[in-house]
Design a protein around this ligand. Structure first.
Ligand code: ADP
Ligand code: MG
Length: 456
């Protein structure tokens, strides 16, 4: 029996019930995107845009589903889920097909009366160029879900995270995907600052209605850097109205911000609206992901980076992806200009500023141990322990030596920080390393590197 063959099948009955028993927004965001494939006597088959919708349904409606739908022996509702095909492949085609440029924007005719200060989409910001790892997988899937079904999955999608972590990249990726796959949908990206400036101009020219019409005629509005709306009380209301108007018409809104909604200094109404749909965080990528991003970016620049060098950079440049890109650009320029092979030494030379850019807080033994451990490829716990294995003992002495030169503490205090070692042990280590670095060039370089990379 197909969905259309029976007027009120069990799934429709469930939907009717759910509609009355959850908020309009929850219904629109989570239940409306589900489509029925077939009702069978022992099972209902549903198509969901992604795994999150499935989980939401089961987490929030399990008991209700059991009341309406066939139930398995385990007591769970008997539902077969079909997850909509991932859009990765198509996103790739976008990048290769050359249609992924700002010029493929929505129809020009409707833009002619009002030209908002919209941002052209960066052609490089597409899904297939966005490297995922544990810290950004969820937000990427959410963005892809929204792109595949604008206005029908999470609305709004609110993406937040620190600077340089890929928020704008994801926003533009959604824009490109929609432009290439839904030709008749109008997509625009704006920065909050530009929106405010437009509003000011239009108020002056008494053309606010045109502006309102323009924004409200969009199908997908991507709003970057909403944090700039803070402390702009006069504009917040207009923003909120635009926003509600779009969402109420089932148009997609995606917002990027440096903080989660609750931490923005905005009205309760605005915060509540932004929390309506799905709030997703872009985190700082972990070491492996940073290495993957580095290697991906280097490859695209035709730069061969040995993996030890990639790890070295990724370990020391960890705040955000923009810095990683900066490191690659610099390295690429250096190695090309001087026709040099990329080695750790070259990295040290040309990235020393980047590597040293860490804020100068008080240095502790922990900072030193971390740096020494990474340069000498041992574990911090080994350095703190008493093992006398040659490599570990030497690295431990280097850490002690660095502590005497980098920390403004007495030998006794340093000895205590190294797990209660006598000050004579520290002194001995200092003398020993000073002697060795006079003899061994390799060790001297390692010690220098460890010294440079002590990051409080
Ligand atoms: P934000 O808007 O969060 O400040 P951006 O989106 O401008 O950050 O990202 C900064 C740079 O880092 C961009 O060039 C972007 O392409 C790149 N970037 C960020 N995250 C990733 C990622 N996961 N994979 C590949 N590139 C990334
Ligand atoms: Mg940004």
């Amino acid at each position: 029996m197909t969905a259309t063959a029976e007027a009120l099948n069990v799934w429709d009955q469930f939907l009717q019930y759910a509609k009355k028993n959850c908020s309009q927004a929850a219904y629109a965001n989570w239940l409306a995107p589900i489509s029925l494939i077939e009702v069978r006597p022992n099972e209902v088959e549903l198509r969901v845009p992604n795994i999150f919708v499935k989980e939401y349904l089961l987490d929030n409606f399990r008991a209700d589903l059991c009341a309406f739908l066939p139930v398995q022996a385990s007591g769970n509702p008997s539902i077969k889920f079909v997850i909509e095909a991932p859009i990765k492949q198509e996103a790739k085609k976008v990048s290769e097909g050359g249609v992924d440029t700002p010029s493929s924007a929505s129809p020009a005719s409707s833009q002619s009366e009002f030209r908002g200060s919209t941002v052209p989409l960066n052609p490089a910001y597409i899904f297939s160029n966005f490297i995922e790892g544990p810290a950004n997988q969820f937000v990427k899937s959410a963005a892809m879900g929204v792109a595949a079904r604008p206005g029908k999955s999470y609305n709004p999608l609110f993406v937040h995270g620190g600077v340089g972590l890929g928020k704008t990249h994801l926003l533009h990726s959604i824009g490109h995907y929609v432009r290439s796959n839904f030709k008749d949908l109008r997509v625009q990206c704006i920065t909050t600052e530009a929106f405010i400036n437009d509003l000011v101009d239009n108020l002056r020219n008494k053309s606010v209605d045109q502006m309102k019409r323009y924004y409200r005629s969009l199908d997908v509005l991507l709003v970057d850097d909403i944090q700039f709306l803070q402390n702009r009380l006069n504009f917040e209301e207009e923003f909120c109205n635009t926003f509600e108007a779009l969402i109420n018409q089932g148009k997609q809104v995606v917002i990027a911000s440096d903080k989660p909604p609750g931490q923005l200094k905005l009205s309760e109404r605005m915060v509540a609206r932004m929390e309506w749909g799905l709030v997703a965080n872009v985190g700082v990528p972990d070491l492996e992901t940073r290495v993957a991003i580095l290697q991906y970016k280097a490859e695209r620049k035709g730069l061969a980076i040995p993996s030890n060098v990639a790890f070295f950079i990724a370990e020391h440049v960890h705040a955000n992806v923009r810095q990683l890109e900066g490191a690659i650009n610099r390295l690429s320029a250096h190695s090309r200009l001087m026709n040099l092979e990329i080695t750790e030494e070259l990295v040290e030379q040309c990235l020393s500023e980047v590597l040293q850019a860490a804020p100068t807080e008080r240095i502790t033994v922990e900072h030193i141990l971390k740096s020494v451990a990474s340069v000498f490829q041992v574990r911090v716990t080994d350095l703190k322990g008493t093992a006398r294995t040659k490599g570990i003992a030497l690295a431990r002495q280097v850490a002690m030596y660095l502590a005497t030169s980098l920390m403004d503490e007495s030998l006794v205090a340093i000895g205590n920080a190294f797990g209660g070692r006598a000050h004579s042990t520290i002194l001995h280590a200092k003398a020993k390393i000073e002697e060795l670095i006079g003899q061994q060039e390799m060790l001297r370089r390692q010690v220098d590197m460890a010294r440079r990379n002590v990051a409080p």
